[in-house]
Design a protein around this ligand. Structure first.
Ligand SMILES: NC(=O)c1ccc[n+]([C@@H]2O[C@H](COP(=O)([O-])OP(=O)(O)OC[C@H]3O[C@@H](n4cnc5c(N)ncnc54)[C@H](O)[C@@H]3O)[C@@H](O)[C@H]2O)c1
Ligand SMILES: O=C(O)C(=O)C[C@]1(C(=O)O)C=C[C@@H](O)C=C1
Length: 370
């Protein structure tokens, strides 16, 4: 499922987005692009103004009568905010996108909230950056969007949240809150800790050592740039399942260390190389199970990679040439290592623009590898 601005939305009525950071603004952008009426609110006036200016919707106002409320605030406060929205809008369906589902559900049940109109959800899509400025219309394209319905959820409420996920480009997947929390401990929360710990080893490393960093390290550590406060909340809210996964990982690490110590003492240590090879092979087998090409989801955009000389003004010239080619740049990433003579610019454009842009840039002397 990808986003298609031309198809009418399944969502009817106004959607109120509470919390206009990365997730809330991305959902609001996707819904607005489909023609859904979206109203925005956030305790931070800057956050909500940014979202509005990006085209995510209009400011919430007294008299709004949303059919659906999407709560996209930090996990620590999500139960309070959902409870408040259920009370304030007694006819609306309320969902949230917090990364942990069991805690908020239990808190809402404990305070007697109307669980027939609350259906927690969780799009398995995000970025290592926060805030509306990092939002992307296609953030959810092709990604699983968990619908954590309960026996108390009203069927119409469940359908409304499924439709919302679909309108945002996501693929709805029904899963109970507890199963969800155990699954994301394995596929999201423990990997975040592992990436952060690997990257933390670099903090006090020498410049020459860090300067050698290649693509492997970049791939393993991308999410180490995530928001520490958000992640402290996520990990604390899913503590036991994450600890279970990390304990198993510690066992695997201990086995690898034992094999390496044995080889350090005796390069012919029996069985040690087999253990190392098995660790790498098991990793390959696990990685092969990640759905999608290299685990990535289809997006709206095609990436054109351009070699950029490490000279003052080169990137500026490239951006000017992209503009002169009449192509709208959707996103830009730059990869450059200390001491390298060139950088690689990854330019995301709409698929139809990729070939014309490649031709135009080559005609202007840029190297655009196949
Ligand atoms: N970042 C990700 O990759 C990702 C992916 C899936 C789900 N989530 C979940 O989405 C939610 C939002 O994460 P994000 O990455 O968009 O964070 P963010 O920091 O980009 O945005 C959070 C927004 O919530 C607002 N906020 C704070 N307190 C609030 C309150 N009491 N009421 C309403 N809004 C409030 C903040 O001002 C901010 O604009 C979190 O619950 C997170 O677990 C995040
Ligand atoms: O891609 C990233 O940057 C993410 O970390 C996204 C990610 C994930 O682990 O896949 C992180 C937390 C969310 O709750 C959902 C998605």
């Amino acid at each position: 499922m990808t986003l298609d601005a031309a198809t009418p939305p399944r969502t009817h009525g106004t959607v109120r987005v509470v919390g206009t950071g990365l997730l809330g603004t991305s959902a609001a952008l996707a819904l607005s692009m489909r023609g859904v009426d979206v109203v925005l609110t956030d305790p931070s006036p800057t956050a909500v103004a940014l979202a509005r200016d990006l085209g995510a919707g209009r400011f919430a106002a007294d008299g709004d009568d949303p059919a659906l409320v999407l709560v996209a605030c930090p996990p620590d406060v999500v139960a309070d905010v959902v409870a408040g929205e259920l009370e304030r809008f007694p006819r609306a369906v309320v969902t949230d996108v917090a990364s942990v589902k069991g805690g908020p559900l239990a808190a809402l049940a404990a305070r007697g909230a109307d669980l027939s109109r609350y259906v927690g959800s969780h799009p398995m899509a995000g970025r290592e950056r926060s805030g509306a400025v990092a939002a992307r219309t296609d953030l959810f394209a092709g990604r699983p969007w968990v619908i954590a319905a309960t026996s108390e959820s009203g069927p119409a409420a469940v359908q409304a949240v499924r439709d919302l996920a679909t309108d945002c480009g996501g693929v709805p997947v029904t899963m109970a809150a507890q199963s969800h929390d155990e699954a994301v401990a394995l596929v999201s929360h423990a990997p975040q800790v592992a990436a952060s710990l690997v990257a933390a080893r670099l903090r006090d490393a020498s410049e020459p050592a860090v300067g050698l960093a290649g693509q492997g390290l970049r791939d393993v550590t991308r999410i180490a740039g995530s928001d520490p406060v958000l992640w402290a909340q996520i990990l604390a809210a899913n503590a036991a399942p994450v600890a279970d996964v990390l304990e198993a990982l510690r066992g695997d690490l201990d086995e690898v260390i034992t094999a390496l110590r044995a080889l350090a003492d005796d390069p012919a240590a029996p069985g040690a190389r087999v253990r190392l090879a098995r660790a790498i092979a098991d990793g390959g087998a696990g990685r092969d199970r990640i759905p999608g090409k290299h685990g990535s989801a289809p997006t709206l955009y095609t990436t054109v990679v351009v070699v950029v000389p490490d000279r003052p003004g080169a990137l500026g010239r490239l951006l000017t040439d992209v503009g002169d080619a009449g192509v709208n740049l959707e996103d830009l990433r730059l990869e450059h290592s200390e001491g390298q003579a060139v950088a690689l610019a990854s330019i995301d454009v709409l698929p139809a623009a990729a070939d014309p842009l490649t031709e135009a840039l080559r005609a202007r002397g840029w190297t655009v590898p196949r």
